[in-house]
Design a protein around this ligand. Structure first.
Ligand code: SF4
Ligand code: SF4
Length: 62
């Protein structure tokens, strides 16, 4: 299973990661990007590439 690791202190809640994720893993919850569908993450890294704040630090896989 994979999930993006989000530095919530850096997130501006722009929604870019929500928009680009092909698997619907992310949503904005209480004004911060949040993993809402962890089981669907395909570890593509697109959210990391598209975040303008550098707030998505890594994709954790286990
Ligand atoms: S790594 Fe890919 S599938 Fe996983 S949350 Fe980011 S954009 Fe979505
Ligand atoms: S793209 Fe980055 S700054 Fe924008 S909502 Fe996602 S984690 Fe937050």
């Amino acid at each position: 299973m994979s999930r993006p690791i989000i530095n919530t202190d850096e997130c501006s809640a722009c929604g870019s990661c929500v928009d680009v994720c092909p698997a619907g893993v992310l949503d904005i919850v209480r004004e911060v990007a949040t993993v809402v569908n962890e089981e669907s993450c395909v570890a593509c890294g697109t959210c990391i590439e598209e975040c303008p704040m550098g707030a998505i630090e890594d994709i954790e896989e286990d």
